[in-house]
Write a protein that binds this ligand. Structure first.
Ligand SMILES: *Cc1c(COP(=O)(O)O)cnc(C)c1O
Length: 366
């Protein structure tokens, strides 16, 4: 019996080992460790990659999210629309600032249903936080149109979608601020913590630079109560190596998921669909099955790991008990939480590993 991990990020490390190790040594020997020349170069290169005017490196994806709302002045008394099925960090980015999350259910593509947004807009609504969950672009054009009509800001959580496009354009093209995480398992992942924002607005760019460094632009002159959210040189240098290979590693994920789509043939298993005009960078390949827990156990018995992203939707988490939601309030998100399963997927996954996973999936009879 083979043993297949759900994820193995060391495969990608060893593929480019020489480049990573050379870069790490040069940073260690440089004498610059936080917010230095590697961070500046990474910011330039990531902005250029995504066709954005500005990139600001930060300490994490969560920092990118909560700092966005802080900088935009969105807090107590304000509402932000957010999908009901997301990683809880999206919601925390809103509530850390005291603003209220207003949940909108996803559609068949696991991302926010644009048809359900307008009925949730109130006079308190200030922004939409869209999430390109599992790597797939939301319907960016519709979201932009809704925001323009109702004078809302469009922030996106792109922690899982470095490189995803809508209608041939990077998703950040449509937003006011796009938030990224470089947590090691992300498509563009570092070797520790990291995050960034992209924006075309020079005022936001300046504000993030100030907030990430204790609210100062000039050393020891603190203009606002900021935070410490500085990207470090080692991460930035190593992220530059990974960024140079991002198109190639995203294409590899596309090939792997194309094979899953073609060869998984089991009427009990629902395969993920991609929205028309959208692309996915396949952060996860998420199938659905009504007997999900049973299927997961079956895979495990045959040596195949899988992960549930995510078993509890934010509105039912203990953390958000104070919002007063009950099971049944957001039935689509709840159904997804009960039926989704992420299959093994990583750069460097071999043909025979994938063939084995497919064989086990196709042999499942419930
Ligand atoms: C990973 C992730 C985050 C948080 O990023 P960190 O760098 O871990 O803080 C936020 N939102 C989504 C959707 C994520 O997947």
């Amino acid at each position: 019996m083979k043993q297949i991990k759900a994820n193995d990020i060391s495969r990608l490390y060893f593929r480019y080992q020489d480049e990573f190790e050379e870069k790490a040594l040069s940073v260690l020997r440089s004498g610059h460790y936080v917010l230095g020349p590697e961070v500046t170069s990474f910011e330039k290169e990531f902005a250029a990659f995504a066709g954005s005017d500005f990139c600001v490196g930060l300490g994490s994806g969560l920092d990118a999210l909560w700092l966005s709302f802080r900088i935009l002045g969105i807090g107590r008394g304000d509402e932000v629309i957010v999908p009901s099925n997301t990683y809880i960090a999206s919601v925390m980015g809103i509530t850390i600032n005291g603003a209220k999350p207003v949940f909108v259910e996803p559609d068949a593509y696991f991302t926010i249903d644009p048809d359900k947004i307008e009925s949730k807009i109130s006079e308190r609504t200030k922004a939409i936080l869209s999430v390109n969950l599992y790597g797939q672009s939301c319907h960016m054009q519709r979201l932009r149109e809704i925001c323009d009509t109702y004078h809302l800001l469009l922030i996106e959580d792109s922690a899982q979608s470095h490189g995803a496009k809508f209608d041939g354009k990077f998703t950040n093209t449509y937003t006011d601020i796009s938030c990224f995480s470089f947590y090691p398992t992300k498509n563009l992942g570092g070797f520790g913590e990291g995050g960034a924002i992209l924006t075309n607005n020079p005022d936001y760019d300046r504000a993030f630079r100030m907030y990430r460094n204790y609210g100062s632009e000039k050393r020891y002159y603190n203009q606002v109560v900021g935070t410490n959210s500085r990207l470090d040189e080692l991460q930035a240098g190593l992220l530059r190596v990974k960024l140079a290979h991002l198109n190639e590693t995203n294409e590899e994920r596309q090939r792997l998921t194309d094979r899953y789509a073609l060869e998984i043939q089991n009427p009990m298993i629902l395969l993920p669909k991609v929205r028309p005009y959208a692309s996915s960078v396949w952060h996860q390949y998420v199938i659905r099955c009504t007997k999900r827990d049973h299927l997961k156990a079956y895979l495990q018995e045959h040596g195949v790991d899988s992960i549930i992203h995510y078993p509890i939707p934010p509105h039912l988490s203990e953390a958000y008990g104070y919002l007063g939601f009950r099971r049944g309030d957001l039935p689509i998100a709840e159904d997804y939480a009960d039926t989704v399963l992420s299959l093994p997927l990583y750069n460097g996954m071999t043909e025979s590993e994938q063939a084995y996973v497919i064989q086990i999936l196709n042999s499942y009879t419930g």
